[in-house]
Write a protein that binds this ligand. Structure first.
Ligand SMILES: Nc1ncnc2c1ncn2[C@@H]1O[C@H](COP(=O)(O)OP(=O)(O)O)[C@@H](O)[C@H]1O
Ligand SMILES: CC(=O)OP(=O)(O)O
Ligand SMILES: [Mg+2]
Length: 400
């Protein structure tokens, strides 16, 4: 069974094409994969692995649709599949389904619900809705599954779900913390259970275009930094993160209308807002190195934002056996990892700077000092594998 999993990140397009054997003991095989970064920027670097063959290049003015088309064409051209009609199902790492959580077959009700929540998921729901519609046109008979990110976080205790608001808003309108990045946090929890089974208390830092931190106890999510929406918690590439709701009153009084305020908080905040340079941390570091004070402030504030939740979750878990870094920044940014781990010896967390500097980001590596009580992992995430398994499950096929 060939399952294509589409991961439309806030800054990237990623996909994997899995061949899932009917035998549950055979692990899914990736027959093709690819990515494109800097979606929405002038130029994107893309790469693809198509069987034994690798290719890369650049794409001008990339959006998710252009990146998806490029990769589907490459799959056909490289002969990995004869035509896209060979794909048996498409799984989406969907984000906000409001009351719909976990994995479900995409139908009009799912699309309508995603549309109703598009206002609170502006960076994610619109491109997913567009992609689902585009695939339905291309492959009208191929089933689609949406694996909503909130599913993994259903184990978060109520006291960490509620906002301190009139309770009828929570009960009647569903205004509460949901948590996102469920596929990634679930993958890391599952993977660490295999390669580091002694680690029962884990803080996983998924830092990418969107950033979130999860406290994991015995494999389950018990806290996640995202709230009602994927704009909250640790701040993001260009989205605000945690913010004081009453500060909005000052913005209204400054004669800004609601749409403008939310547009700017959702597109001109985060790393971009503070630095004024870029939403991509690679550019922000470069500017900071050249002496740009706002760029340096953006990196420092980002690190503080991460340490805030790391500290909170160490308390929630009563200490950690392991912390792990994943996502584009988590896997590749040694400056951020080192700054987050600085002076945490009191909590048993000590980084080995040499290991931190030489880690590939593509392999599973440990970077703690020999006298650290807490393991520090850098782990490539594999959200697509989780979504492929969920897709097969929804469509009624047993998988490994
Ligand atoms: N080699 C790198 N070094 C440092 N940061 C990187 C690198 N590659 C990507 N990033 C950061 O990771 C972000 C993308 O992370 P990713 O997890 O792919 O994002 P998303 O899924 O949210 O689109 C980029 O915006 C950039 O800030
Ligand atoms: C919330 C979420 O899934 O974010 P992203 O796709 O940007 O990583
Ligand atoms: Mg992502």
């Amino acid at each position: 069974m060939l399952i294509l999993v589409a991961n439309l990140g806030s800054t990237s397009f990623k996909y994997k094409l899995f061949d899932l054997a009917s035998n549950a003991d055979t692990p899914p095989r990736v027959v093709g994969s690819g990515s494109a970064d800097r979606i929405g920027q002038p130029e994107s670097a893309w790469s693809a692995t198509l069987g034994q063959h690798e290719e890369d290049g650049t794409l001008e003015l990339p959006d998710h649709a252009a990146a998806a088309k490029l990769h589907l064409d490459l799959l056909e051209r490289a002969g990995v599949i004869e035509s896209i009609n060979a794909i048996d199902a498409v799984g989406f790492k969907a984000v906000h389904g409001g009351p719909i959580s976990g994995a479900v077959k995409v139908d009009d009700n799912v699309l309508d619900t995603m549309q109703r929540f598009a206002d609170v998921a502006p960076a994610h729901n619109p491109p997913y809705i567009a992609a689902m519609r585009a695939f339905a046109k291309l492959l009208p008979d191929t089933p689609q599954v949406a694996a909503f990110e909130t599913g993994y976080h259903q184990t978060i205790p109520k006291a960490r779900q509620v906002y301190a608001i009139p309770h009828e808003w929570t009960e009647d309108l569903g205004i509460r913390r949901y948590g996102f990045h469920g596929a990634s946090h679930r993958y890391i929890a599952t993977r660490l259970a295999e390669i580091h089974p002694q680690a029962k208390r884990i803080v996983n830092l998924h830092l990418g275009g969107s950033c979130s931190i999860t406290a994991i106890k015995d494999g389950q999510s018990v806290a996640n930094s995202f709230g009602m929406t994927a704009q909250s918690g640790v701040f993001h590439n260009n989205r605000v993160g945690d913010f004081d709701t009453f500060a909005l009153l000052k913005l209204f009084k400054a004669d800004l209308d609601v749409d403008t305020i939310f547009q700017r908080l959702g597109k001109e905040g985060g790393l971009l807002g503070i630095s004024g340079v870029s939403a991509d941390i690679r550019d922000v570091h470069e500017a900071a190195e050249q002496g740009n004070d706002r760029a340096k402030l953006a990196v420092d504030a980002f690190v503080e934002s991460c340490r805030h939740y790391l500290g909170a979750y160490l308390v929630a878990l009563g200490g950690a056996d392991a912390i792990s870094f994943t996502g584009g920044i988590g896997q590749h940014d040694k400056i951020v990892r080192a700054a987050i781990c600085q002076n945490l010896g009191f909590a048993g967390i000590k980084l080995d700077l040499d290991k931190n500097n030489t880690v590939t980001g593509k392999d599973e590596q440990r970077i703690e000092a020999t006298d650290s009580q807490v393991a520090i992992w850098v782990l490539p995430t594999n959200e697509e594998l989780i979504v492929a398994r969920q897709t097969a499950e929804v469509l009624g096929r047993a998988t490994h």
